[in-house]
Write a protein that binds this ligand. Structure first.
Ligand code: URA
Length: 233
């Protein structure tokens, strides 16, 4: 069995968003922090985060956060409050004081709904966001005009070069649902890619919902709600 990593209590409390390092002594006076029934009063004391309780409750996500959020329209994928109402406002407030702070793997536009994977594992964010990982993202798209055979062929051919880009978009998978609606699957995430791909074919995206991100699917999760998941590589 591998030994659990131990760290100073003040570092654990500040990295998990409970208080700053300088506030740790006061936090320990005010709250009952225990490791295996032993009260901890000294912020320099070392412990394994997952063994700790605070006021009798297990410490919050000592081993990291990995969740699937169903993003509602009107929320922005940013940590900057000057950009509007943030997706992170939908999560527990303490999480935003964690270090590293949880962030989404890639972004959705303000008006796009659907699946976002959010984690504090920076390496995982990089893996999930990288086009090299070839992760399929499936979108439900509603456009303003019927999707012609030519449009479908162009989107799936792997020849479409978007304005300002040098390389063509990778071939998309496309399933027509009705005249103005389709499912499209991409393995890359260029800026506003779905909207720009349809715009290049003369169609305006009216509604965009991301249903799947790799193995993960947002079906069954209410808008604005999130669910804990585990990483499947
Ligand atoms: N493509 C877009 O155009 N917008 C999104 O939010 C996601 C993909």
């Amino acid at each position: 069995m591998t030994e659990k990593k131990t760290e100073r209590i003040d570092k654990i409390l500040s990295n998990l968003g409970y208080c700053s390092r300088s506030q740790a002594a006061a936090f320990l006076r005010k709250h009952s922090v225990q490791e295996s029934k032993t009260h901890i009063k000294d912020p320099s004391c070392k412990a394994a985060a997952s063994n700790l309780t605070i006021n009798g409750e297990k410490i919050d996500h000592p081993d990291g956060i990995f969740i699937l959020l169903n993003k509602p329209a009107g929320f922005v994928c940013s940590h900057d409050p000057s950009e509007g109402t943030l997706i992170y406002d939908l999560l527990p407030e303490r999480w935003m004081r964690r270090n590293p702070v949880p962030s989404s793997a890639g972004r959705l536009d303000k008006d796009t709904t659907g699946i976002l994977l959010i984690t504090d594992d920076t390496k995982l964010i990089h893996t999930l966001s990288s086009p090299k990982s070839n992760i399929e993202k499936l979108y439900l798209v509603t456009v303003d005009k019927p999707i012609s055979k030519e449009t479908a062929e162009l989107l799936t051919a792997g020849t479409l070069i978007l304005q300002g880009e040098k390389a063509p978009c990778r071939p998309a998978k496309l399933t027509l649902l009705d005249d103005n609606r389709c499912e499209i699957t991409l393995t890359e995430g260029k800026y506003h890619q779905v909207k720009r791909m349809f715009a290049a074919c003369g169609l305006q995206v009216l509604k965009l919902h991301r249903r799947k991100f790799g193995e993960y699917c947002v079906d069954g999760i209410e808008e604005g709600e999130y669910r804990e998941i585990s990483f499947c590589s």
